[in-house]
Every structure is written in C-alpha cells, then in structure tokens.
Ligand binder design. Structure first.
Ligand SMILES: [Fe+2]
Length: 224
C-alpha cells in the first residue's frame, strides 16, 4: 500500500526561470533532498504573470533553464515534468498561447489566484468556469490554503481540484479546513512549492499521514 507522497506537483527549481532556485547547485541540492525523501516525480512550475510575460518568451526561458539543468540530473533526482504556475486574470481564457501553459503531456492548468482578495471577482471565477467547461482544461488551484474559504469553495464548486502545500498541510491552524477538503474529495495534488529551502521535504512524512485518504489520487494527478 502506498504510504508516502511521491509526486510533487508544484516547485520552483529551474534556475533562471523565476525567483526560485538561484543556480544549478541549489537546484541539485533541492532535487537530491526531495528524491531522498521519496519524491519520484516533480512538476517544475515557474510563475507566469499574464500582465508581465508573453507566453512564447516565457516558455523559451523556462525550456532553456531546464536544458541547462538537465545536464546535471542523475539517478538520484526525481523525474521532472515541465509545467507553469499561472496567475489567473479575468479573460485569460482568450490569451494567445494559453494552451501551451499546461503541465507536460496533460491538459492540466495550475492556477494561482491573486493574493488580494478584492480581486476575487465574479469575472475571475467566470473565467475559471470557461477554462473548465468551454475550453476543457483540468484546473488545479495552487496552494489553496493561501485563500479565504469562500474563494476555495467557489473554485471547488466550479470543478477545480485543490493543490495543497506541504507547509500548510502541517499547519495547526489549517487542520480543520484540510480535513474538510479531504472529506469532500477536493484535494488532488500536493506540492512543496519549494523556492530555495530544501528543508521543506522534512514535512513530507507528516503530510502523507494527514492526506493518507487521498494519497492514491495525489500521487497520480489526473485530468479527470
Ligand atoms: Fe509557487
């Protein structure tokens, strides 16, 4: 029986792709630590900000960062899948190239909501709805614990799956929300959201115990 988290759905380990890992040495320390802790597959999900980035330039930079890192990967690093953490903005469903921002080999979009709650407008949620129902994407909501319950539940009611961060799963203050979301079957992915500090993987075992009822789903994030 599966008793640990093997899929890290959210990380910033590509040096030069965003403000995550600063260089190859730091990225390799993170990757080795993650692998040793039990992570077999890691989605590399640098930030994409629609108001700042153009899709093609962004992907060129991300892919070049991966190519540089790839030369250093060894048998003690997780398999890397290329992805993106997309900041959702109203109307983004019409953005040119959005279809290129899915997780490698899937139709999964990892979306983060704006930090400012006043920006969680009807227009924003209608955009999510169109992404899911008109455009056929599978939407995962990045680090759901960062947001008010109302926003999370609205995303879940639209069919978005929740991705939780290791840090939040282990937080005492988040215990009841995490339990509620697990009971509803909404938790479909777990991520380290690691930028620099590989110590986050120390929370893997405790997190695995807390999310054990959904482990199978978490370790095989799927489009359906
Ligand atoms: Fe992130």
């Amino acid at each position: 029986m599966m008793d640990t988290i093997t899929f890290d759905f959210h990380s910033h380990i590509l040096p030069g792709a965003d403000h995550g890992a600063s260089d190859t040495a730091e990225a390799m320390t993170i990757l080795h630590t993650a692998f040793e802790a039990g992570i077999e597959t890691m989605a590399a999900t640098p930030h994409f900000y629609p108001h700042r980035h153009r899709v093609d330039d962004f992907l060129k930079r991300r892919n070049a960062a991966y190519d540089r890192l790839r030369e250093h990967l060894d048998e003690k690093t997780p398999k890397i899948l290329l992805g993106v953490e997309v900041l959702i903005c109203p109307g983004i469903d019409n953005m040119e190239g959005i279809e290129k921002l899915t997780l490698e080999g899937t139709n999964i979009l990892l979306l983060e909501l704006p930090f400012v709650v006043s920006e969680h407008t009807d227009e924003l949620f209608e955009t999510v709805e169109r992404l899911i129902y008109d455009n056929g994407y599978t939407v995962f909501m990045a680090h759901a614990n960062r947001y008010p319950t109302a926003s999370v539940e609205r995303m879940a009611s639209l069919g978005a799956k929740l991705q939780l961060n290791l840090e939040d799963i282990c937080s005492f203050g988040e215990r009841s929300r995490v339990k509620h979301w697990l009971e509803n079957g909404w938790v479909s992915a777990v991520g380290s959201d690691v930028h620099h500090d590989e110590k986050i993987f120390k929370k893997l075992k405790k997190s695995a115990r807390i999310v054990s009822s959904s482990l199978e789903k978490i370790n095989r994030p799927s489009e359906s």
